[in-house]
Design a protein around this ligand. Structure first.
Ligand code: ZN
Ligand code: MN
Length: 480
């Protein structure tokens, strides 16, 4: 048996108006190629970079949210390498004094809390985009060149694929909650790099294999998951055949998760880092740290805990944490009523029936006809047995369809449950009389009672409490 050992590097484009070191607009998606460019992001001689304060503050805020220690004396460095998408011949990044170090993110793995340590968080600039044309020409679009990027590097703390995926989803949520980035992966706003090796399960915890395989440029969490599965299997197979694995960089084969050998990596790359001479070191004051700390909103794990404390199931809580619009709608409901019983029932209805209606209609929860007061009214009437679950569904459907208030709909359409026991007894008698075959089967198959209850419900358009109907049927038929 082999176990995966994984570390991640994540690049996130920081949402700002302008680029990292110039005034070009950084929202380039679907713009004409090379329409967001200037001498600075083209890397022309003599052009001088000026750091973007908004990007800088957002990076510090993210570092704080990831529990990093902030390097109050920080600076930018040049990372030198040659590539066509890098016009200056170097990337302005941060080397030995990154904005944040030694943080962690907590994830919940099968009910247990696990800490994934963050080694560092730094700020840098994105590269341009190369496009390979069919005639072997390479075209370069510099719109992306110089867009602010935060790079987050984890320790190789992941011991399962599940942990990597939970962490990636959680990090994406954090970034969105803080408005650091929209993290739209299909637009390249969040990208993953993987370092992965496997080790025999006999190797002590904390001990690392003597090689690692790097996979770059993974643009979706589902592809990340497939790559992990593919590499774990590929590497385990090689090792079990007694082969050794050399450190290497592998590329993606489409979206399949399969990887192909790109180059071996015997030594670590030498980027000849040196301090960026055009940008003076930056001091992060205590005041700024306090200010940014205070601006951190409730984070995903805190929100989840708040819902769990109210008695929600983990899965329901996860839905409200991930789908912020649904979570916000639920939070508005909590302001009106926070009784555990009501709140748990409300969560069930939002995740179930209401989500189903929204999906069916392509509506957004923020603009649907059903209001928090309506759902509360429906739940209260249900809990006090005035309406059945079937009727509750129907009322929700009517509101989706036509609007209106729950209270009015229930009253004006006479949907309240029939509690008159004489009336129920009458219906029950009718159902028994008209279903002699079912009644005869009852002695062989006690489940037949459910079919009879169904008949009573149909006869009354669901206005009898099914429990009451069942009791009345059993009484009339003399069964237990
Ligand atoms: Zn520019
Ligand atoms: Mn980087």
């Amino acid at each position: 048996m082999y176990l995966p050992v994984v570390g991640l590097e994540i690049h996130v484009q920081v949402k700002t108006n302008s680029k990292m070191f110039c005034r070009c607009a950084s929202q380039y998606f679907e713009s004409d190629p090379n329409s967001h460019v200037c001498p600075v992001c083209f890397g022309l001689p003599g052009a001088l970079p000026v750091p973007n304060k908004e990007a800088f503050n957002k990076a510090v805020k993210l570092a704080l949210a990831l529990n990093c220690k902030i390097n109050q004396e920080t600076k930018f460095d040049r990372k030198n390498y040659f590539y066509p998408d890098l016009p200056k011949g170097y990337q302005i990044s941060q080397y030995d004094q990154p904005i944040g170090e030694n943080g962690y993110v907590e994830i919940e793995v099968m009910g247990d809390s696990r800490r994934i340590r963050i080694q560092r968080l730094h700020l840098e600039e994105d590269t341009a985009k190369s496009m390979h044309a069919e005639n072997d020409d390479t075209l370069i679009d510099y719109n992306k060149s110089g867009v602010p990027l935060v790079e987050i590097v984890t320790y190789p703390d992941f011991e399962s694929i599940e942990e990597v995926i939970l962490f990636s989803k959680r990090l994406k949520q954090i970034v969105k909650y803080l408005n650091i980035s929209d993290a739209e992966m299909q637009k390249g706003q969040m990208r993953f790099e993987l370092n992965i090796s496997v080790k025999p399960d006999t190797m002590p915890v904390g001990e690392l294999p003597n090689y690692k395989v790097e996979v770059k440029n993974i643009g979706s969490i589902s592809v990340l998951e497939k790559v992990l599965a593919f590499e774990v299997e590929r590497q385990s197979e090689l090792l079990s055949k007694g082969e050794t694995i050399k450190p290497q960089t592998r590329g993606l084969k489409g979206m399949s998760g399969q990887t192909v050998f790109q180059r071996s990596k015997e030594t670590s790359d030498d980027y000849r880092y040196f301090p960026e001479p055009d940008i003076p070191p930056i001091r992060i004051s205590d005041e700024l740290i306090e200010l940014l700390k205070a601006s951190i909103p409730e984070l995903p794990h805190q929100r989840k805990q708040r819902y769990m404390d109210l008695g929600l199931e983990g899965e329901q809580a996860d839905i409200f944490v991930e789908d912020v619009l649904k979570g916000n709608w639920f939070d508005e409901l909590l302001k009106l009523n926070s009784s555990r019983e009501v709140v748990r029932e409300a969560a069930k209805w939002i995740v179930g029936e209401i989500s189903g209606q929204l999906e069916k209609r392509g509506d957004a929860i923020s603009s649907m006809n059903l209001k928090q007061q309506d759902l509360l009214e429906i739940i209260e009437q249900m809990l006090s047995k005035k309406i059945s679950g079937t009727i509750a569904k129907e009322v929700i459907n009517i509101i989706f369809e036509e609007g209106g208030s729950a209270k009015e709909i229930i009253e004006s359409r006479g949907l309240t449950q029939i509690t008159d026991s004489n009336f129920v007894a009458d219906i029950v008698k009718k159902v028994i009389d008209s279903n002699p075959k079912l009644v005869a089967d009852l002695t062989k198959n006690p489940n037949v009672i459910k079919a009879l209850v169904g008949q009573v419900m149909r006869q009354t358009q669901g206005k009898v409490n099914p429990k009451v109907a069942e009791e009345e049927l059993k009484k009339s038929l003399g069964v237990e």
